[in-house]
Design a protein around this ligand. Sequence first.
Ligand SMILES: [Zn+2]
Length: 286
Amino acid sequence: MSVPARAFTPAVLLLAVAGLTSCGGVPVSSPPAPANTVERPQEPAPEPGADRVHWAYDGDDGPTHWGELSDDFALCADGSHQSPVDLPARVPHGGGRTDVQVGDAEGAVADTGHTFQLTVNDGDGDGDGDGAGTSVIHDQVTYDLVQMHYHVPSEHTVAGDPADVEFHFVHRSPDGGVLVLGLLAEKGDKTPAVQPFIDAVRADEQTETDLDLSRMLPGESPAYSYEGSLTTPPCTEGVQWLVLQERITLSSGQLAVLTRAEDHNARSTHPLGDREVDGTDLRFGD
Ligand SMILES: [Zn+2]
């Protein structure tokens, strides 16, 4: 069965990101505590009516079983416009231009049970482009940064190959639309601008931090553009994806902190089906 990409109302998407846990929004009832954990961050209060079903990246609660864990997760199994996908080697030509306003992202970094996430202060998604983190103007709609988190290895692959890490910058528009900016990272030179986030992950307790995204993101980059889904339950569709072609590098020390905290939290790629991957030129400004 083909599910139209816009089958889900903005209100549903809004609910899906309101919980602010990784790409989805489902607070977990009892995340497994790693043996090396000294102190667990407090779980955010569950949204009214939010599902509290436990899910994971392996075993009986792993990605191939997500659709069976709850009726609310049905799209994880049945959706036809799911993310991530395998991207072509080059960004297709012919796309337009997408402006991204970049500022500092201030907020608390905490372990959600599935990733470490920076929840942006003032990440209200009111579309006023107030420069708290990033604001993306795509198809004349302004999306404000709500949170940033990461996956190991990358969820999107390029010509079949994953990168070492993928950062997801989750944005919301005033009417509840969701746009995720994907930034691939691999081993190489240290990127100092990422270090405050790395330090917060290493601390393994809720830590206030301030990321200068103008120094973390590339100056400009073509980006793959396609319509997909949240990559975590409930796998809600109607999400606009922009995955940058330009990658950043992380030193082996930076990478080690991220991969020690999360050794595998990436969903497998899904078929494109009737979708197309387009291209757009991202222009970063302040
Ligand atoms: Zn994600």
